[in-house]
Design a protein around this ligand. Structure first.
Ligand code: M6R
Length: 366
């Protein structure tokens, strides 16, 4: 049932190229620059008239929501807020019938997310669900939605759910952008054609497993780790840190790279591994200077860079190369090495990868 893999998590990491294809299949005609999503098409006016979109979710799904915020604001120019479902439901939020709420949940059973949906509905908001489990409570409770077609995710650490949620959010952002005239047809076509290349690029990336394993062996005994990223890759830093904590029980924190100088920089010494996403587009030079700041404090730098990078390679202790892509699509690639890294560290430390202590696959209690 694990398809020859030692753990479900590893199997699910390797299923991502197919899961991403299954998620966009039938929804995009790249060469024609067309996106079809019934749940969006049927409710287009709700989205176009929305004063803002509020995304609610927990854990990894919340991280996908953050990527969604960057995508929807950048591409479709609609204001987006992302909130932990648990906070949203208890803070007496101002919410009206002019708001569209997007709830994201792999399991579709997360109690806090479900309660947030009910609250939003009671205030008259239109609620759209992005779920993986067909017929789940959240899928039933929402007004409309789009499924991720990741297939069953058994490992407690979410992997393919994350990349397929981002895939759906990308399609939504582009669909809205194109309807609003924020993106030209040729640009949309080019973007979708690039999106079609992502599964193959993920597949190529999965082949760097041995390199990630070597890095895992070097840092597996670190008591603390930092993960840094900017822009579209800031949420990937948060997700990288969550993966590590969850299955290896190593304390890790994700930060926007530029925020480091406002506090976490005090933690840096020669014992601190820092995983930095430094891909070539979007704030590259800024991230390079963040890396220099770490280096001058003797921190260990493991950088995710774009193939062919030379500048970061000179300063970092280790680099992991990812294939070139659109900046907005890069989270689908940069997240892969982090998933593999946490997996290998957890295995090396003898932890229960698929069922980490104190955690359940879906959190159905508040
Ligand atoms: O099923 P959901 O997407 O609603 O679950 C939300 C979180 O509980 C979940 O993502 C959790 O953070 C994962 N274990 C992370 O790997």
């Amino acid at each position: 049932e694990k398809g020859g893999y030692d753990h479900f998590m590893l199997k699910e990491i390797h299923e991502q190229p197919k899961a991403i294809i299954d998620t966009y299949r039938g929804r995009m005609l790249a060469d024609e620059g067309i996106i079809r999503m019934a749940g969006i098409d049927d409710n287009m006016n709700k989205f176009l008239n929305a004063e803002r979109i509020i995304i609610v979710a927990c854990g990894t799904s919340w991280h996908a929501g953050l990527v969604g915020e960057y995508l929807i604001e950048d591409k479709a120019r609609i204001p987006v807020e992302v909130e932990y479902a648990s906070e949203f439901r208890y803070r007496n939020p101002i919410i009206t019938s002019k708001d569209v709420v997007i709830a994201i949940s792999q399991s579709g059973e997360t109690a806090d997310t479900l309660a947030a949906i009910k609250l939003a509905k009671s205030k008259g908001a239109f609620v759209f669900g992005i779920c993986n489990v067909v017929g789940s409570s959240i899928a039933r409770e929402t007004d409309a939605g789009a499924y991720t077609h990741a297939g069953p995710e058994i490992g407690v650490a979410s992997t393919k759910a994350f990349t397929t949620q981002i895939t759906v959010l990308t399609l939504i952002a582009l669909k809205l952008a194109s309807k609003k005239g924020e993106i030209s047809k040729p640009k949309l076509r080019a973007f979708l054609q690039e999106m079609q290349m992502i599964p193959k690029k993920v597949e190529d990336l999965l082949k760097i497993d041995d390199k990630v394993k070597e890095i895992a062996a070097v840092y597996k005994d670190a008591p603390n780790c930092l993960y840094l990223g900017r822009g579209f890759n800031f949420p990937v830093a948060l997700e990288g840190a969550l993966k590590l904590k969850e299955i290896s029980y190593i304390h890790a924190e994700g930060y926007p790279a530029a925020e480091m100088k406002h506090g976490p920089i005090a933690l840096i010494d020669e014992n601190m591994p820092i995983f930095v996403i430094a891909t070539n587009k979007g704030h590259y030079e800024k991230v390079v200077s963040n890396i220099q700041e770490i280096k001058s404090r003797a921190g260990k730098i493991i950088a995710i860079v774009t193939e062919g990078d030379t500048q970061v390679k000179e300063i970092a202790d280790h680099v992991i190369e990812i294939p070139e892509t659109e900046e907005a699509l890069s989270p689908l690639l940069t997240t892969i090495p982090f998933q593999l890294l946490s997996y290998h560290i957890a295995v090396m430390l003898g932890k229960n990868v698929d069922q980490p202590r104190n955690l359940a696959k879906s959190v159905t209690v508040e």
